[in-house]
Design a protein around this ligand. Structure first.
Ligand code: PGA
Length: 213
């Protein structure tokens, strides 16, 4: 009842949020003392922008359950000082005692949050340039690909791996290649999700399309 949750956005978790709202309505869940930390946000989009992750979370979760506004956290995409915003986001997570359950999606390029494949990955929360692949994958939510922001603020792989338990949701055929690598035994920053193999307590839920068997 007093869990600290790390939460994802995207197409994959929409059904999960729908079920959570339903269970809340049926009295099976109570968010009175729950705290949430979202993984990431686009830079430049305000809370009322329909493609901002705050807006998504409000539609899919916040407006449908009894979370207290002061217990809702999403990195700000419109902060005046991003370095300070990143530091204070990680400090807030630490002050809450860390994340109990981190729920993740995965991008077709293996990103977790907006930790994109790269030679070097950042541990703490940071700002990032989105890859062409991610911009193309997310263009489906925007009127045109030119409207997709090119930068974001995201929890780092260190912030994610500090969570006590991780639940990863993998859906769709576009994830087949990266999902296979997730179980390969090899860890590479070219597929950030493979770093989850370094964590002791990860559950992966995968649909048949992503599994490809
Ligand atoms: P999706 O995105 O659920 O919309 O496929 C997941 C992600 O990019 O992390």
């Amino acid at each position: 009842p007093n869990a600290v949750l790390g939460l994802p956005t995207g197409g994959t978790p929409v059904g999960m949020y729908e079920n959570i709202r339903k269970m809340y309505q049926e009295g099976k869940m109570d968010f009175e003392n729950v705290t949430t930390f979202n993984l990431d946000e686009y830079l430049g989009l305000t809370h009322d922008h329909p493609q901002s992750y705050y807006y998504f979370m409000n539609q899919n979760l916040y407006s449908g359950v009894n979370l207290k506004p002061e217990n809702i956290n999403i990195p700000s995409g419109t902060a005046s000082d991003f370095e300070a915003e990143c530091k204070s986001y990680d400090a807030k997570i630490d002050a809450k005692g860390g994340i109990d359950l981190m729920i993740l999606g995965i991008g077709p390029n293996g990103h977790i949050g907006f930790n994109e494949p790269a030679e070097i990955l950042s541990g703490p929360t940071h700002t990032v340039d989105l890859t062409r692949e991610t911009i193309e994958a997310n263009a489906r939510f925007f009127d045109s690909i030119d409207d997709v922001p090119t930068k974001a603020i995201t929890m780092g792989v260190g912030s994610i791996l500090k969570a006590k338990k991780i639940l990863m949701l993998v859906s769709g055929a576009s994830k087949q290649k990266v999902a296979k690598e997730l179980f390969s035994g090899d860890v590479t920053t070219n597929n950030p999700s493979t770093l989850l193999q370094l964590h002791r307590d990860v559950v992966v839920l995968m649909d048949e399309a992503a599994d490809g068997q």
